[in-house]
Design a protein. Structure first.
Length: 170
């Protein structure tokens, strides 16, 4: 897995379509007063089964889109279906979401920006670390295949996170 602050991986055309939608969902979350994160669950046939965005603005900090996807998948998909799914997400899973993903048995995670990138931006803007350490997915769910981060999404996500912290310039 690649989680360094300077991504060099290029997204496939399919990845780009789904990751763009994740960035749109992250914008929707920000517009609704939530932190800017968005995710999709895509099945083996390429069908988007679920779209979700961050919903922590109400005070429940566990309302991450990746966690909701894991819950939905556990309730609605067979173990084989879950293994063949791909979760696309604007930001690398936090430890809670990585664990939920692994416990439910979901397949590959494709993320636009890494936890290391977000930590770097926060540091650059004089913000302290987040409430939970930004451990890479590989530290929490080492058997889960991952792809990301992708340079083509860095500027848009950096701007969304800057806005979420009340910064006018990224």
């Amino acid at each position: 897995m690649m989680t360094e602050a300077n991504p060099t991986t290029t997204a496939t055309p399919v990845d780009q379509v789904h990751l763009r939608r994740c960035v749109e969902l992250a914008q929707e979350a920000l517009d609704a007063g939530d932190e800017p994160f968005g995710s999709l669950l895509v099945d083996a046939a390429g069908v988007v089964r679920l779209e979700e965005r961050n919903r922590v603005g109400g005070g429940d900090e566990t309302q991450h889109p990746e966690f909701e996807i894991a819950r939905w998948a556990a309730a609605n998909l067979t173990p084989d279906e879950r293994r063949s799914c791909v979760v696309y997400t604007s930001g690398e899973h936090c430890p809670m979401c990585s664990a939920a993903h692994a416990w439910v048995g979901l397949g590959t995670i494709v993320f636009a920006a890494s936890g290391a990138q977000l930590d770097g931006w926060r540091s650059e803007w004089g913000q302290g670390p987040g409430a939970v350490a930004a451990l890479g997915i590989d530290r929490i769910a080492p058997a889960t295949p991952t792809r990301g981060p992708f340079a083509e999404f860095t500027a848009a996500l950096r701007e969304l996170h800057a806005l979420s912290l009340g910064r006018t310039q990224a």
